[in-house]
Design a protein around this ligand. Structure first.
Ligand SMILES: Nc1nc2c(ncn2[C@@H]2O[C@H](COP(=O)(O)OP(=O)(O)OP(=O)(O)O)[C@@H](O)[C@H]2O)c(=O)[nH]1
Ligand SMILES: [Mg+2]
Length: 325
């Protein structure tokens, strides 16, 4: 049993026993959480307090933040990234550093209890990050795994000082749900798990002494094939490179459209899977356009400037396309 619970804690516990309404109970539990000593020995108790608070909040219909949340976060932008990691590894800090979302950051585990989406810009497109509660050997609610399964890419976020243990824990917890991970840029093997998610390992705390030096060792021990992305949410180091790697991992290209006689429409490139054709683009613009289009003109690396092409023409990153009906 973890010792050293303070008189404040016992007083709050007393209040909990006496509490009658849900609000009083939540108040007392929150006070217990505030004053409990924050160390490894109380991890279980902290997690337990948090899940009791969450349960009571749900019962009382009173949700944290605005508008509550749904269990599936609708995809937005050029792709969705789920942040999976052990408790306290820096997931929410990353979402704060890379998007306008402001999930709570705490120096204790199990700070995050609900999914928090935010858009991460990369040049002229954006990817959706989804901050998640931690994955751990303790209780993890089923919807967290649903969100990992639903995402296009997983960032396995681990603290640089606990990188290997953290990665192993995440892998074990996911494997128990039949979810496997494979490095972006390689091919999955379905022998180990029914669902295989493309992943990037993100090592946090690059600003801390020793983490940068440990990177080559971490990479080697990760079987040499992961090439972890090292970042610091605090100094901002590595964040741009992570966004670029994420863009590359998605295997998407940006294609711009234009109207005849006008310059390209800069506002909104389409992010299409590599290998997409003019027909795929037409379908993305409007479901009827695939049938009504006659040909297209393309400027860029896949064609001579203004070359007329058919629906089956394969596009390249940065191409500008003018579709004629
Ligand atoms: N020095 C340093 N500290 C960091 C960095 N990223 C996160 N932290 C600290 O690590 C602690 C945990 O950060 P969070 O972002 O809340 O971690 P989390 O993974 O979201 O935690 P849970 O929601 O509990 O799973 C906080 O005290 C952060 O300030 C980093 O890059 N460098
Ligand atoms: Mg968090």
């Amino acid at each position: 049993m973890p010792a050293n619970l303070s008189p404040d804690y016992h007083r709050a516990e007393e209040r909990l026993r006496a509490a009658k309404s849900i609000t009083e109970k939540i108040d007392a539990l929150e006070e217990m959480l505030r004053v409990i000593p924050k160390h490894k020995g109380t991890d279980h108790m902290q997690a337990d307090l948090k899940s009791r608070i969450a349960k009571l909040r749900k019962e009382g219909g009173k949700k944290a933040g605005k508008g509550g949340f749904s269990y599936i976060v609708p995809r937005e932008g050029a792709g969705q990234v789920a942040l999976a990691g052990p408790p306290n590894s820096g997931k929410s800090s990353l979402v704060r550093a890379l998007t306008r979302a402001t999930p709570a950051v705490g120096d204790y585990p199990f700070t995050t209890r609900e999914p928090v989406p935010g858009m991460m810009p990369f040049e002229d497109i954006a990817f959706q990050l989804v901050d998640l509660p931690p994955l751990s050997e303790q209780h993890v609610e089923t919807w967290v795994f649903d969100l990992v399964r639903y995402a296009d890419l997983v960032w396995v976020v681990v603290d640089g000082e606990l990188a290997l243990e953290g990665f192993d824990e995440v892998r074990r917890v996911l494997q128990a749900r039949n979810i496997g991970l494979y490095p972006a840029g390689t091919e999955p093997s379905y022998l180990t798990a029914a669902v295989q998610k493309k992943a990037i390992i993100v090592v946090t705390g690059l600003d801390k002494a020793g983490v940068a030096d440990a990177l080559p060792v971490i990479d080697e021990l990760l079987e040499g094939k992961w090439h972890a992305a090292a970042v610091s949410a605090r100094s901002g180091a590595g964040l741009e490179a992570l966004a670029r790697r994420t863009f590359e991992a998605f295997g998407v290209m940006r294609v711009y459209t234009k109207q005849p006689g006008k310059p390209r429409d800069d506002s909104a490139p389409f992010a299409l899977p590599l290998g997409s054709t003019v027909g795929d683009l037409a379908e993305r613009i409007h479901k009827d356009l695939l049938d009504t289009m006659t040909f297209a003109r393309v400027w860029g690396t896949s064609a001579f400037d203004g070359q007329a092409v058919q629906k089956d023409h394969v596009l390249a990153e940065g191409d500008i396309v003018e579709i004629h009906e």
